[in-house]
Unconditional design. Structure first.
Length: 51
C-alpha cells in the first residue's frame, strides 16, 4: 500500500507546481497593473503635466 501512494503523491505535487507557476505569474502581472492604475488615479505620474 505504501508503494502505491508514493507515485500518487508525486503526481499531485507535480500538478500543484504546474498550477503554482502560472498563478504566481498572473498574480505578479495583476499586482503591476494595479500599481500602475493606483499611480495614475492619484496623478503621481512619472512625467510632469504638459501646459
Amino acid at each position: 500500500m505504501e508503494h502505491e501512494l508514493v507515485p500518487q503523491r508525486r503526481d499531485i505535487m507535480i500538478r500543484g507546481f504546474q498550477m503554482l507557476v502560472p498563478v504566481m505569474m498572473f498574480n505578479l502581472a495583476f499586482s503591476v497593473v494595479s500599481f500602475l492604475a493606483f499611480i495614475q488615479f492619484f496623478g503621481i505620474g512619472l512625467l510632469p503635466p504638459t501646459p
